[in-house]
Design a protein around this ligand. Structure first.
Ligand code: GAP
Length: 514
């Protein structure tokens, strides 16, 4: 079996080879941490976005969607705290000249200790067999407890130092733990410094009058500044949500791992406006609801876990991440944040405009609290794509590469083939395409032997292949082949639409959230 690095390399090359993701401006040797979505990638990305939008906006009668501009008045970012506090602690290695996020170096160190815990658990599971109780083992085994205590101690200290802006202590921690540059092995570090992640730009025709702007680092602020507009025009009653999807930009220090950490990326965010004091209840509600959304895609509960934040962002009173098991380990996929009234109050103060809600039941005005769900669309793409890519060994000992994308998200739902390029079979296959394309994205292919065409579609993630053969001319039936099982059955042409719909219909997938 391929190790995780090899698997990740395969994911990246498969994404390119099958028209999912290209390096941006590749002919000029690319641009670091910026990517383009190709013909299949754009479809997959759109399907993920739609799946999110349907679950969040269409299925909630108290959530509406908006689409705000990337450029915002610069005071927005002063008020939101991004000008002063949206930075990462960076550290340079004097020998390798490489730059790292200081907190990530410490977290990676802890992840290595976590691997030791996993090893202990695996060893014990083997030893005790069916009688093994994982939770009890973790709670009682001396060695595991020792490792966990070490991790907790380190992360607590890191959290406290960052909270207190004590960057000297972050450096001291790195030195005490003897953390070395992962590339060169050197421990020759500079001091830790803060680095603001926002990209600046200018608005205006002449240099003298141009206004300094930022490219938005999150979509959320477009929602906050429109809170009252939407509430009034939509006559929304608390609790209610405003959702949007769109581009965000961050000058990431450590921009690697393909589309996991990009400088230009897309977010899908929802701000849920609630009565102050109810944030605990809604935090739990959105944790559960968002996890159900992830699980509805069938990628398995073992691939997800919650990670509560030790260090809270400047706006939050509680926060958790939904982490996903990427090829390089468990990492943040989505954030759920209890943002209190921080943002609305900050914009009220900076703009001098009231951003309050009049509660008719209470007969009083107040500034709502906000529960936020925020997921990176590109990260979700990577989670789905990397989880789907499999190298299967078949019964005859050959291998096939198959991209087991959830059918609801697959770029192409069905490929239609004439068995041979003659005898009127292409005409029938093209007619099937004409009929199906009203409902689904479909693809016609007549090149190469049919077995080869199946394999191409397997690697492309297409859930169904439909083959027109000579029997079709006699009785209007075709074979339909299922990507994951490779099973084939003979069905009537007139039933194709319903067969495909059952498997790819958003409703059937979202119903799994119930
Ligand atoms: N409005 C809250 C907010 O922006 P965040 O945790 O900074 O919170 C939310 O970002 C999500 O956006 C993350 O969970 C991640 O999925 C995605 N994200 C953040 N930075 C990213 C980057 N550089 N590249 C790709 N996705 C990113």
């Amino acid at each position: 079996m391929a190790n995780n690095d090899d698997q990740f390399k395969k994911v990246i090359s498969h994404a390119k080879e099958y028209g999912y993701v290209f390096q941006s401006s590749e002919i000029y040797d690319g641009l670091s941490a910026v990517y383009d979505y190709a013909q299949n990638g754009a479809e997959l990305k759109k399907n993920i976005r739609d799946y999110w939008w349907k679950a969040m906006v269409q299925m909630h009668d108290n959530i509406v969607g908006i689409d705000t501009a990337i450029f915002m008045h610069p005071t927005t970012w002063k008020a939101s705290g991004h000008v002063d506090a949206f930075s990462d602690p960076l550290i340079d290695n004097k020998d390798s000249k490489k730059r790292y996020r200081a907190d990530v170096l410490v977290e990676d160190y802890c992840a290595k200790i976590e691997t030791k815990i996993d090893k202990e658990v695996k060893k014990a599971a083997k030893r005790f067999g069916d009688t093994f109780n994982k939770d009890e083992f973790i709670a009682t085994n001396g060695r595991v407890l020792g490792y966990q205590e070490k991790i907790d101690g380190i992360l607590q200290r890191l959290g406290k130092s960052l909270e207190a802006e004590d960057l000297a202590d972050v450096k001291a921690l790195i030195e005490e733990l003897e953390i070395a540059d992962p590339l060169s092995g050197s421990r020759n570090w500079t001091d830790v410094k803060q680095f603001n992640l926002m990209f600046g730009t200018k608005l205006g025709a002449s240099a003298e009058t141009a206004m300094d702007l930022y490219l938005r680092p999150e979509t959320a602020q477009g929602i906050f500044v429109n809170f009252l507009n939407v509430q009034k025009t939509g006559r929304m009653k608390i609790p209610f949500g405003i959702a949007q999807t769109g581009k965000a930009f961050r000058n990431e220090i450590v921009a690697r791992q393909f589309i996991f950490r990009m400088r230009e990326f897309e977010q899908m965010e929802m701000q849920f406006f609630i009565k102050p004091g109810t944030q605990g209840k809604w935090f739990e509600y959105w944790k559960e609801t968002r996890m159900k959304w992830h699980l509805s895609l069938g990628m398995g509960p073992d691939n997800y876990r919650f990670h509560d934040h030790e260090k809270l962002a400047h706006y939050a009173d509680a926060a958790t991440d939904i982490e996903f098991k990427f090829p390089f380990g468990f990492k943040e996929l989505e954030g759920i944040h209890s943002r209190t009234d921080f943002d609305l109050k900050a914009h009220e103060n900076a703009s001098g405009k009231k951003l309050q809600y009049f509660d008719h039941e209470e007969n009083a005005s107040y500034t709502p609290y906000v529960l936020e769900t925020s997921i990176g669309l590109d990260r979700m793409f990577l989670a789905i794509f990397s989880n789907a890519l499999e190298e299967e060994t078949l019964e005859n000992n050959t291998t096939r590469t198959v991209l087991k994308l959830p059918a609801v998200l697959a770029p192409v739902k069905a490929a239609v083939f004439p068995l041979v390029k003659k005898d009127g079979l292409p005409e029938v296959a093209k007619q099937i395409i004409e009929d199906l394309k009203w409902d689904f994205n479909v693809f016609y292919d007549e090149k190469d032997a049919v077995g080869k065409r199946y394999r191409r579609q397997d690697a492309n993630g297409t859930p169904f292949c439909i083959t027109v053969d000579h029997e079709t001319l006699e009785n209007n039936t075709v074979t339909i082949r299922h990507r994951d099982t490779m099973e084939q059955s003979r069905v009537k042409i007139e039933d194709l639409r319903d067969i495909i719909k059952k498997e790819v219909d958003v409703k059937n997938w979202l119903m799994k959230m119930k």
